[in-house]
Design a protein around this ligand. Structure first.
Ligand code: AMP
Length: 209
């Protein structure tokens, strides 16, 4: 099949969307666009906007669209002439419409990473992120590990704690899951088994592409 111009990774929190989107973008030489990374970089700047983002992120909800729209629309504008792999966007129907204004949907492929509720919970608790380069790791509880790319310290994301977990899963169910039906109905969705270790999921994606 002709290569789609926009490949969207959908799936519950900690389903491996970010990891797989980065692997895929590199392999097919597309740009990677992840809203989680974009929004976290604003938090790290310590700007007023970043502080508002942090409050929403730490509550487990989505950051309100009126706060993220300018940043996301500017980034989409920069990407409009490229092939793009997108992770963490769209996350609600408003964002579906925003994306459609920049990229025609006939060029979309949506990969829906399917993972059981138990696996989501386990991965979220075991996920660590390199403080220096952002690489994601799944560790064993109590394991001391450093980044195998840059040697950086591995930390737990502020929103990967048991208090926020349940809310993030609820937010996903209420706001993002309906997008599965939306993209299925327009014939753009393929399910990917998210249970195997990283290389197995990558192989599943490659079969579809
Ligand atoms: P992620 O790294 O994709 O799991 O995103 C972490 C958090 O950032 C989410 O729980 C949301 O609070 C926020 N976030 C990421 N992407 C979006 C988005 N497209 N719209 C609103 N909030 C977002």
């Amino acid at each position: 099949m002709e290569k789609p111009k926009v490949i969207i990774l959908l799936g519950p929190p900690a389903s491996g969307k970010g990891t797989q989107a980065k692997i895929l973008a590199k392999r097919i030489n597309y740009k990677y666009f992840g809203t989680g990374d974009l929004l976290r970089s604003e938090v790290e700047k310590g700007s007023d906007l970043g502080k508002k983002f942090a409050t929403a992120m730490e509550s487990g909800g989505l950051i309100p669209d009126e706060l993220t729209d300018p940043l996301i629309k500017a980034k989409l504008g920069e990407l409009k002439d490229f092939g793009v792999v997108i992770d963490g966007f769209p996350r609600n129907l408003h964002q579906v419409a925003t994306l459609k204004q920049v990229f025609p949907e006939e060029n979309f492929l949506v990969l829906n990473i399917v993972l059981s509720a138990d696996s989501v919970m386990e991965r979220m608790l075991k996920r660590r992120i390199c403080k220096k380069c952002g690489k994601i790791f799944i560790i064993e509880i109590g394991e001391e590990k450093f980044c195998d790319v840059c040697g950086g310290k591995l930390i737990q994301r502020a929103d990967d704690n048991p208090q926020v977990l349940a809310k993030r899963i609820k937010t996903y169910g209420e706001q993002t899951k309906p997008l599965i039906d939306y993209y299925k109905n327009i014939g753009k969705l393929s399910d990917i088994d998210g249970e195997p270790p990283i290389p197995g999921v990558t192989r599943g994606i490659e079969k579809v592409i």
